[in-house]
Design a protein around this ligand. Structure first.
Ligand SMILES: Nc1ncnc2c1ncn2[C@@H]1O[C@H](COP(=O)(O)OP(=O)(O)OP(=O)(O)O)[C@@H](O)[C@H]1O
Length: 331
């Protein structure tokens, strides 16, 4: 039941025009309603609050003011980094089926009221799996950008090393924030929690953190998107996979998509008739991140020494230099 204190808090925050407090009490009511099994009521309250927030953001944009970036305060500030990305899915080069899945997620969230009218909810918990530099972190930004939501990156390493023995309570703070502030919450390198890589730190603490995350993932019934990423799916227990609504795979690109990455990165520059066959051959097997870096190196060389015209040989040298650099760092 709604407590007198909650009614008073609602009225007081209304009379003091304290929107943040009003929303936080309303979300508390929603979460209590959900716990009592009144899911429809809980969803309705959350959607109303979310709509109010989105209207406030749009009004701020119309007034020419900046979009308010939600700033984690107090203890939360040491646990998550917040940003308001403008990245879009169209900025990314991905395999068609990966891109299709991501577009589907955006659609579900854009039309969540339509889903709610039929008792459905959008998928919210995603596990991104794939090699380094293929766009997992960028995806978290792009989903936040597409949905005009803040992105909160959870600083897992810091939580484990700084808060030995207290990780569960810190993770709980993050999950509480997810309920009160709708956003994209990104847990990077979750495999580190399940692997022996943590040996330098504390394996027990890392496992406790993973268990806390899994348990809280199970309990979570809010509106935020929760994204976990890993380069090493093989290190994760099958129990981890079951917690997510969808599993999205990332990969190196086939040769015929390589040109797209370079062209996207080099949009502002003039290209002399580039021999793409040669560039594709040289860049085959590189990650998208390495290709973007090579393209940027090439652009710098072109600006400083070739009237800003990017040629095949400038591109090839940049690709080769990046390749040998990444071999050296892997040795
Ligand atoms: N699919 C992609 N399309 C376009 N650019 C990409 C893509 N993947 C990576 N990049 C570029 O590389 C940078 C780093 O990529 P990102 O951090 O998303 O990779 P990641 O898969 O999260 O890697 P890691 O597993 O090492 O964290 C991006 O900011 C972007 O510039």
């Amino acid at each position: 039941m709604t407590t007198q204190a909650q009614v008073l808090a609602l009225v007081r925050s209304f009379s003091e025009r304290d929107d943040a407090r009003f929303q936080s009490v309303a979300l508390q009511l929603a979460s209590e309603a959900a716990q009592r099994g009144q899911r429809k009521l809980a969803d309705e309250i959350r959607l109303l609050i979310q709509d109010a927030r989105e209207r406030a953001d749009q009004a701020a944009q119309v007034r020419g003011g900046p979009i308010p970036v939600v700033r984690p305060k107090g203890e939360l500030a040491g646990l998550v980094a917040a940003s308001y990305p403008h990245t879009r899915l169209q900025n990314m080069v991905l395999k068609e089926d990966t891109l299709g899945k991501l577009r589907g997620i955006v659609e579900e969230h854009r039309h969540r009221q339509k889903l709610a009218a039929h008792g459905l909810k959008p998928r919210r918990k995603f596990l991104l799996v794939g090699p380094p530099g293929t766009g997992k972190t960028l995806t978290a930004s792009a989903l936040a950008g597409e949905l005009s939501l803040p992105l909160f990156t959870i600083l897992l390493d810091g939580i484990i090393t700084k808060f030995m023995g207290e990780t569960s309570s810190k993770i709980r703070l993050v999950f509480d924030a997810m309920r009160s502030t709708r956003g994209v919450y990104f847990f990077d390198e979750v495999d580190a929690l399940a692997s022996r890589r943590m040996i330098g730190n504390d394996v027990g603490e890392a496992r406790r953190t993973l268990n806390s995350i899994l348990q809280m993932l199970d309990e979570d019934d809010g509106d935020s998107l929760i994204i976990a990423a890993t380069n090493h799916a093989e290190l994760l227990d099958p129990a981890v996979f079951r917690r997510f609504d969808s599993y999205i795979e990332y990969d190196l690109l086939p040769r015929d998509r390589i040109r797209e990455v370079f062209l996207k990165a080099l949009v502002p520059f003039e290209l002399a008739s580039v021999s793409w066959d040669a560039v594709e051959e040289a860049a085959a097997g590189m990650s998208q991140a390495e290709m973007i870096r090579a393209a940027e190196d090439a652009a710098r060389t072109a600006v400083l020494g070739n009237d800003a015209i990017v040629t095949t040989s400038i591109l090839l040298s940049a690709v080769q230099a990046r390749r040998s650099e990444s071999h050296r760092t892997r040795e």
